[in-house]
Design a protein around this ligand. Structure first.
Ligand SMILES: Nc1ncnc2c1ncn2[C@@H]1O[C@H](COP(=O)(O)OP(=O)(O)OP(=O)(O)O)[C@@H](O)[C@H]1O
Length: 319
């Protein structure tokens, strides 16, 4: 018998359509167990329980945080234990991973994907000051996670995807600069950083493609680092926004695709891993190739098929 475990963020648990969808599968003979979260950490605990119970598939029903917890629990034991496949019902607020992966908003359509064959996908493993953490979607650092509403519309036009990482011109002037060192194979960056995104997948903050070329099956992570913008650039941006003139900041960010990266910050830095904050001074972020198996739509844009894992950094075009 097919055994699924549905782990639902409590915020979404009251949906009658979800209850109907579960009932429909049970009527077809599926053994669907349901667990409902109350707070951070519950999804990890329930995923560990499901792994111990030997279910075929865990369906993470929530946003990127719920998915990240379930993916992390599976990834943490995947080298030593047979683990379930993973599927997603996008029932969070932003659902950035699901959106980028082409998982439909419609609950029944998304649920149907959990019956597909799984494909191998990568996950990010993070050592944060010695502790192990996981990230399935995107890690953002520095100013990081501005809500979409906070991003100035004009700034979006001029800075494109980077605007999400920076917020507003006023924020750029006032924001903290982080002196950081980033090192990976064939990659070295030193300087005062405004913001950073490290993607297994592509988007953060509700639709912002901060790592637009990232793939989840290529054995690589994508880094976007936004250096401190020169005073002249900030001034030009401010003038352009006020006057409505064109002033595009080109090559404001540096981007690369690489298997791992180490980040050292002179002062403690907050990285948001799938939206969950982790503070530290030293991080090692590594892409573990094909650590999980996910049930995804046909033609999922995050799958690149045959891209080989790089052993050194390959530069990406600036955003
Ligand atoms: N019953 C609950 N009520 C409120 N918050 C919850 C509940 N259960 C879990 N949480 C919190 O929600 C976080 C994960 O939220 P999740 O990512 O699923 O949704 P979201 O934040 O709305 O979506 P997204 O991350 O896509 O914007 C958990 O880490 C936990 O802090």
């Amino acid at each position: 018998m097919t055994r699924w475990r549905l782990i639902v963020n409590g915020k979404a648990a009251g949906m009658p359509e979800l209850r109907d969808a579960v009932a429909a599968r049970r009527a077809r003979g599926f053994d669907v167990g349901v667990r409902v979260t109350w707070e951070h950490g519950d999804a990890t605990r329930y995923a560990n329980e499901a792994i111990g119970d030997g279910v075929d598939c865990i369906v993470a029903a929530g946003g990127d945080g719920t998915l990240g917890e379930v993916a992390g629990a599976i990834a943490a034991c995947a080298s030593s234990t047979p683990t379930p496949d993973l599927a997603v019902l996008p029932l969070g607020t932003a659902n950035d991973f699901a959106t980028a992966a082409g998982i439909p908003d419609d609950l029944e359509d998304a649920f149907a994907l959990a019956e597909r064959d799984a494909v191998p996908v990568d996950v990010l493993r993070i050592e944060a000051d010695g502790a192990e953490r996981w990230c399935m979607n995107v890690a953002t650092g520095g100013v990081g996670t501005h809500a979409t509403a906070d991003v100035h519309e004009g700034l979006k036009k001029h800075l494109g995807s980077l605007s999400y990482l920076l917020g507003s011109v006023r924020a750029i002037r006032n924001m903290q600069r982080h002196p950081v060192e980033l090192d990976g194979p064939g990659f070295r960056w030193r300087g005062d950083m405004l913001a950073l995104a490290i993607g297994n997948a592509r988007q953060a903050g509700g639709g912002h493609p901060v790592c637009p070329d990232a793939l989840i099956d290529d054995g690589a992570l994508d880094v976007t680092v936004v250096p401190d913008l020169p005073e002249g650039v900030v001034g030009a941006l401010k003038t352009a926004l006020t006057d409505g003139r064109e002033a595009v900041v080109e090559e404001a960010g540096e981007r690369a695709r690489l298997p791992w990266v180490e980040l050292r910050a002179a002062t403690p830095l907050t990285l948001h891993l799938d939206g969950e904050p982790v503070e530290g001074g030293r991080f090692r972020i590594e892409c573990l190739a094909h650590r999980l198996r996910m049930r995804l739509p046909a033609g999922c844009p995050l799958l690149g098929g045959t891209a080989p894992a790089p052993d050194r950094a390959t530069p990406r075009e600036p955003l």
